[in-house]
Design a protein. Structure first.
Length: 387
């Protein structure tokens, strides 16, 4: 089976890139012919491991000179933007006329097999320019309500030309199916590699951990405010936040303003996140919205109990409150602080929820998820379906 994945920036960081690499690696290991096309390239090497059997190609190489700041890129996009990617798509500023044309040329050149696109901009290119003889599968890694109205309108108008849409949660499936009644919508969660081999936490270190891009979406400002309350009641406990991003300086100022220097640390990006997760006793998820929170699932694989905002979507699709984690109302800083404090104060509860979490994440292991993809692809190829 020939499988073509298309990513915006396969050389970057982020949950979508990591999960697509995991999919591609698993498919190559199963004997399939796999290629990843990166629409742009701004680094020399990928940030995640890639099986040498997976071909990696870049369509637009932007390594010469520094990439322009977002403000400049957006001005260029407004002046030279393509015609398919709508305003409001979160990565729209990348899609200058040249970049969009490169994506169109690649998609239209694919002959046979399966074409998997991984964000609305690329899904729309596939729907409008993908060959009819190719099975076109779109992945959505974010919930529908997160997309602006301009993007939702284009989804409703064009996704019906695709063979199938794959989403991450049951809520996503229901929402997209209502918008696209004639299009097959399937739920396939992202897989997390090596869950069974992860070192379990001892639950002994006075450490709470969180990880993700330092953006407004991840809500680390809310977590830091919550931990200010935790630190008053539980001196000696610390919070470490792993990740990089645009909000780093702002978050650092917040830590200082709340008097949390030495208690809350912004650790930056790490290549050894599994080790850091295993050292902690609690994982906190403070996102304002999610697709499917992969680092949270990885933390559960270490037996870490989770306290999470019950934000749309993801945490509530994975966790059962009081069984394998704690869910608190979205955006409620006091409730997040209370949930963290509850786990800090009760080691037996930490151990019980953490043990249940390790069982829950079996559903996200590659051997559980990859057959769903293989069956989806094979079903369409066997039926010779085109839309």
């Amino acid at each position: 089976m020939r499988i073509h994945y298309v990513l915006l920036h396969a050389y970057g960081m982020g949950g979508t890139i990591r999960t697509v690499f995991s999919q591609a690696n698993a498919m190559a290991a199963a004997g399939h012919d796999v290629e990843i096309a990166s629409v742009i390239r701004r680094r020399d090497t990928p940030q995640f491991p890639l099986d040498p059997r997976v071909a990696l190609t870049a369509l637009v190489d932007q390594r010469d000179g520094a990439a322009p700041p977002d403000s400049v890129a957006r001005r260029v996009w407004r002046r030279l933007r393509g015609r398919i990617v709508p305003r409001g798509e979160f990565a729209a500023h990348y899609f200058t006329e040249r970049v969009e044309k490169a994506a169109i040329d690649y998609v239209s050149s694919v002959s046979g097999g399966v074409l998997v696109t991984t964000r609305p901009a690329l899904n729309l290119v596939s729907a409008r320019r993908g060959p009819r003889g190719v099975v076109r599968i779109a992945q959505e890694h974010m919930n529908l309500a997160t997309h602006p109205a301009t993007v939702r309108a284009e989804i409703a108008r064009h996704y019906g030309r695709l063979d199938a849409l794959a989403v991450l949660t049951g809520t996503d499936r229901r929402d997209y199916q209502r918008l696209l009644p004639g299009t097959p919508v399937v739920r396939i969660p992202n897989a997390v590699a090596d869950l069974g081999g992860r070192r379990p936490t001892t639950h002994e270190n006075r450490l709470v951990v969180a990880a993700g891009r330092l953006t407004a979406q991840k809500g680390f400002d809310l977590l830091i405010r919550a931990f200010a309350q935790v630190a008053e009641r539980h001196p000696g406990w610390r919070l470490r936040i792993y990740g990089s991003g645009a909000k780093k300086a702002e978050l650092r100022r917040l830590v200082t303003r709340l008097g949390l220097d030495g208690t809350v640390a912004l650790m930056g990006r790490s290549d050894h996140l599994p080790d850091h997760l295993a050292e902690a006793s609690v994982y906190a998820l403070s996102s304002r919205f999610e697709g499917l929170p992969m680092v949270m699932i990885e933390a559960m694989g270490h037996g870490l109990p989770v306290v999470a905002f019950d934000c749309p979507t993801g945490p509530g699709e994975v966790l059962t409150d009081g069984v394998d984690g704690l869910l608190v109302p979205p955006g409620d800083v006091g409730a997040l602080a209370a949930g963290i404090g509850r786990l800090i104060a009760d080691e037996e509860l930490r151990r019980r929820l953490g043990a249940a979490a390790r069982e829950t994440v079996r559903d996200y292991a590659p051997d559980a998820v990859m057959p769903l993809w293989e069956n989806l692809f094979a079903g369409f190829l066997g039926a010779g379906v085109t839309r």
